[in-house]
Design a protein around this ligand. Structure first.
Ligand code: F6P
Length: 284
């Protein structure tokens, strides 16, 4: 990557990391919903709208950013030449009501959006857990940071998935799982421990910490899956693959999927390579 593009990625990550502690504080008093739906037809929380406005304004103000797209906006916002940033400002915001984990997901693409995951130059997620952390995949390695008061402190460098998988977390209702996925789930549940909290970032972070598999599978009622390729699937796939794991839409890496539209959905499966290989064989 050219030096100025690399500086621009650094500036984007800085804005997201600094804004994250503010977003966390700003959740207080913003747990209600607004009278609107996001482009995927889901109710928007006040906090979704607020975090999207805050990040959009700050990221578009950066010289190296040419496009900003978010799960909360119907279209890409353009501002001249530069990198494209795709953001899910608050992933798992339905967990606000029950005060459980949530996150912010982002990816920096070096092509106009919608672009495939192969165009991602850096991606990561902020986890608003007991501690606010940032897991960043950039330049071929993954680093975990703790975020506090606008400061970013590296706590783990060269993060990789533990070789021995420990946990699994699968979304959707069991009766809505296709038969082949249900058979696969039965086979892993006797080997791994269930960890599922209903926010992708929290559940994926369990896989990064303990090894295992997270899936938001194709459903009988929704064969295209629930999660969004550009804002959730591809960014998380970039982090997991950089950490030595695999991602799959059921048959190929999520990074290999060519998007047709900005808000398209995909089944998402990420985790240890052995478990994703088995999954692909089971769904074949
Ligand atoms: O963005 C959608 C989301 O909140 C993800 O963070 C999470 O993985 C998923 O929905 C949970 O869906 P379900 O409750 O259907 O398992």
């Amino acid at each position: 990557m050219a030096a100025d593009a690399s500086d621009a990625v650094g500036a984007i990550v800085d804005v997201i990391a600094r804004s994250a502690t503010e977003i966390r504080q700003g959740l207080v008093g913003r747990r209600g919903t607004v009278d609107a739906e996001n482009p995927s037809g889901e109710a928007q929380a006040e906090a979704d709208v607020w975090a999207d406005e805050l990040l959009g304004e700050r990221l578009l103000a950066l010289e190296g950013v040419g496009e900003y797209a978010s799960e909360e906006r119907p279209a890409v916002e353009s501002d001249g030449d530069g990198l494209s940033v795709a953001v899910d400002p608050l992933d798992g915001s339905s967990n606000l009501e029950s005060n459980n984990a949530m996150g912010t997901v982002f990816a920096v693409y070096d092509e106009p959006l919608p672009a495939p995951g192969t165009a991602i130059r850096a991606a990561g997620y902020v986890l608003y857990g007991p501690i606010t952390t940032l897991m960043l995949a950039h330049d071929g390695s993954v680093t975990e940071y703790e975020l506090s008061g606008g400061e970013r402190t590296p706590v783990r460098e060269g993060v990789s998935l533990p070789a021995e998988p420990g946990v699994y977390g699968f979304g959707g209702r069991v009766p809505d799982w296709p038969d082949d996925f249900r058979t696969y789930a039965r086979s892993v549940e006797s080997e791994l421990k269930l960890r599922y909290g209903g926010a992708m970032v929290g559940d994926v972070n369990q896989v990064v910490s303990y090894g295992g598999i997270f899936a938001s599978p194709a459903l009988d009622s929704r064969p295209e899956g629930k999660l969004r390729l550009l804002f959730e699937g591809a960014p998380i796939a970039h982090v997991i693959e950089t950490a030595g794991g695999r991602s799959s839409d059921g048959s190929r890496s999520l990074l290999a999927v060519e998007p047709d539209s900005l808000h398209e959905r995909t089944p998402v499966h990420v985790g240890n390579a052995t478990l994703i290989d088995r999954l692909e064989a089971a769904l074949d």
